[in-house]
Design a protein around this ligand. Structure first.
Ligand code: GLA
Length: 419
């Protein structure tokens, strides 16, 4: 009975999230003003299994992006203060590197010579000045455009301007480009993203290429040969329903990820206020299990201690950044309770016990079920617990991996076979 109730709750959350995403996608598609019908990429270009190696993003990129918290309300001061905060809060030391300006940085017209230019009010000294500032902090700088005639907010974008835009970005010192899919004129996806791929190669600067086509045309099949990461879904919003709805769409995608090439379930919402800290802890743990790019999306200048603890948990980040680059996958699901496993380079595995139900639950799995080799015992480290009598930081087990998991929470372990 309880299971049925929570399964229907899962469905309700799913329904709300689907409705939200449908509205977002419909708006985006309406903006993709098109005289022709949408052409499926498979009809146009045959993909190969070859992957692009630009030497970048060997582990999932970590950084910050302006969109989730600020939307269009950005300016040079916010970006510079965020770079300062990235350093002063310890985020940089924890591994966060890229400061990415999303939509709305550009002016509504190109220059007379056809180059994108900064919005003069928001970025009075130009984008290069901001990039220089970010670099002076030992960080890397990222920017946004669309593989369409306009960005999703209706500003000039890169379709048919790929070469000039890639050169402009390179001349400003851009290290990361997120390329969206709005106003795409119904033109074939792969053709459009290949044009920017080629332009970035020709621009002569190493630039992480983040493909943002919202998972509409199985990007995991073709994006690894063009870019370093690809969005797998529509936009996240700051709610448990949206986060878990995206999580459900990651099932089965693990085989496409690896060093240099990552599934991107969208940016983090940790610290933005729409979920509880328990839910944010689950969100962060699960994104790390997915080997997701970790792009913080909150106000780094004003973080609560709880937000900092989540975003800077080094044990959990190490799971995301593990050099083996294997994306975690779900090994069991009873409607409320899920077990996720991520094999790591030192022979251990990360294990997440996720409780989507509305009551706390005692959950168990075994070393055998999570795929660890047979051993007389296993060392288990709880990656969130600070250690207590009933919830120790580390313990040894012969086989059972178990824990009491809060409603909408996780228990996250790293488990080593003892030699
Ligand atoms: C799309 C993208 C978002 C964000 C906005 C900006 O919706 O999916 O991540 O970049 O555009 O307009």
């Amino acid at each position: 009975m309880k299971k049925r109730n929570s399964t229907s709750l899962k469905k309700v959350y799913g329904f709300i999230a689907v409705a939200f995403m449908m509205i977002t996608l419909t708006v985006a598609m309406c903006m993709s003003v098109s005289a022709q019908p949408m052409v499926r990429t498979q009809d146009v270009v045959h993909t190969t299994k070859a992957k692009w190696d630009n030497g970048l993003a060997k582990t999932p990129p970590m950084g910050w992006n302006s969109w989730n918290h600020y939307g269009c309300n950005i300016n040079a001061d916010i970006i510079k203060e965020t770079a300062d905060a990235m350093v002063s809060t310890g985020m940089k030391d924890a591994g966060y590197q890229y400061i990415v300006i999303d939509d709305c940085w550009m002016d509504s017209v190109r220059t007379s010579s056809g180059r994108l230019q900064n919005n003069p009010k928001r970025f009075p000294d130009g984008i290069k000045a901001v990039a220089d500032y970010v670099h002076s902090k030992g960080l890397k700088f990222g920017i946004y455009s669309s593989a369409g005639t306009k960005t999703c907010q209706g500003l000039p974008a890169s379709l048919d301007h790929e070469n000039v835009d890639a050169k402009t970005f390179a001349s400003w010192g851009v290290d990361y480009l997120k390329l969206d899919n709005c106003y795409n004129q119904g033109r074939p996806l792969i053709e459009r993203y290949t044009a920017m791929h080629n332009a970035l190669k020709a621009a002569g600067r190493p630039i992480v290429f983040s493909i943002c086509e919202w998972g509409v045309d199985s990007p995991w099949e073709w994006a690894p040969k063009l870019g370093n990461l690809w969005r797998t879904t529509g936009d996240i919003n700051d709610s448990w329903g949206s986060m878990t709805y995206i999580l459900d769409q990651e099932v089965g995608l693990y085989k496409y990820a690896g060093p240099g090439h990552w599934n991107d379930p969208d940016m983090l919402e940790v610290g933005n206020g729409g979920m509880t800290n328990t839910e944010y802890q689950a969100h962060f743990s699960l994104w790390c299990m997915l080997a997701a790019p970790l792009m913080a999306g909150n106000d780094l200048r004003n973080m609560s201690p709880a937000t900092k603890d989540i975003l800077m948990n080094k044990d959990v980040i190490a799971v995301d950044q593990d050099p083996k680059g294997v994306q975690g996958h779900k090994i069991s699901d009873d409607g409320d309770q899920e077990v996720w496993v991520k094999p790591l380079s030192d022979g251990s595995s990360a294990v997440v016990l996720l409780n989507r139900g509305d009551q706390s639950a005692f959950m168990t799995t075994t070393a055998e079920q999570v795929g660890l080799p047979k051993s007389s015992s296993y060392k288990v480290k709880n990656l969130w617990s600070h250690g207590s009598r009933y919830n120790p930081k580390t313990f040894t087990t012969e086989d059972l991996i178990r824990g009491r998991v809060a409603s909408h929470g996780v228990v996250m372990y790293r488990v080593w076979p003892n030699k």
